[in-house]
Design a protein around this ligand. Sequence first.
Ligand SMILES: C[S@@+](CC[C@H](N)C(=O)[O-])C[C@H]1O[C@@H](n2cnc3c(N)ncnc32)[C@H](O)[C@@H]1O
Length: 337
Amino acid sequence: MPPCADCIPHTGCRSSPVFTVYRPGFHIFLQRRRCFVNTLPISPSHIPAAERLLQEANCPLPACPQGLVLEKEGEVVGVCLLGGTRVEMLAVASAWRRRGYGSFLLRRALHALGAFAGKEVTAALPADEAGRALLAKFGFVPRGAEMLRPVRRQLTALELGHRLLASHLRPGGFAVDATAGRGRDTLFLSRLVGETGRVLAMDIQPDAVRDTRALLERHGIRWAEVHTADHARLAEFAPPASADAVVFNFGWLPGGDHALFTTPATSIPALEAGLEILRPGGILLASIYHGGANGTAERDVLAPWLAGLDEQKYTVVRCDFANRGGKDPLVFLVHRC
Ligand SMILES: C[S@@+](CC[C@H](N)C(=O)[O-])C[C@H]1O[C@@H](n2cnc3c(N)ncnc32)[C@H](O)[C@@H]1O
């Protein structure tokens, strides 16, 4: 089938080329080769690679380094040195910078230090602006010769969405996660509806489906089904007017290949399908991440589309985090009358 005017073959990331399959009006990105990233505690076998990475940043490797390495398909591409509750140093190989790997590694490091469980964490002041900006993105502020991440709970888009869902969903309900990703939303929905309820989750990436299933299994959830499918096909998996809640968390797979992301070409048909399966009184939640070219392009199509829904049928509430410099996702709540 010939490509439509909007179809552009996609080259993907360096080690994991992707190609486009054309269908009229749709673009589906498929991975030719899997693109795994993972973090591991630093072990003796990582030392030579970690040393090379730190050399690029003119930083010596301590005698008994503690911390995490970031592996991409078996190759060490990042290192984060930790000491007590302090981030000593974070380095990503120059070839892999500006792709979100630094954020991924720092997030994992902060998890390991307990920062997301209420522990105050400090960091050595990075020499470069990019390093300071990365820490600032995770809530660090300068304090003397170091940076500090004060314990201060800010409402995130994820938490806002979860609060809205928690106030709406009841045990025995039917909830749909149209972008399963690593499964956090699927798990949350499954807990809300309980074992008398039903959860339908889908993702176009087999890696995401595998992770979501594994997460559910670890938590003993048996009442959620997870499919590898394009969410534009949502209406094939649930009857019309049946779902109490439908959740879309647009963007790319956390820690995955940033060349694979939701696009309006499938997101609009998916939202249409989501509204079709939503019961009267049900809610659809759409979080639109708009950092980077892809997210901004998607926001510019999805936001007006949602705002244009027929007010006789739907109430659309748009939540933007007005005082946070525009970096947070836009959250839309659609209530079906
Ligand atoms: C921001 S992530 C979702 C995060 C997830 N809710 C979580 O809790 O981890 C967006 C997901 O949408 C998926 N996706 C992209 N295009 C899709 C499509 N056409 N159909 C279904 N899923 C898609 C991506 O593979 C990615 O996993």
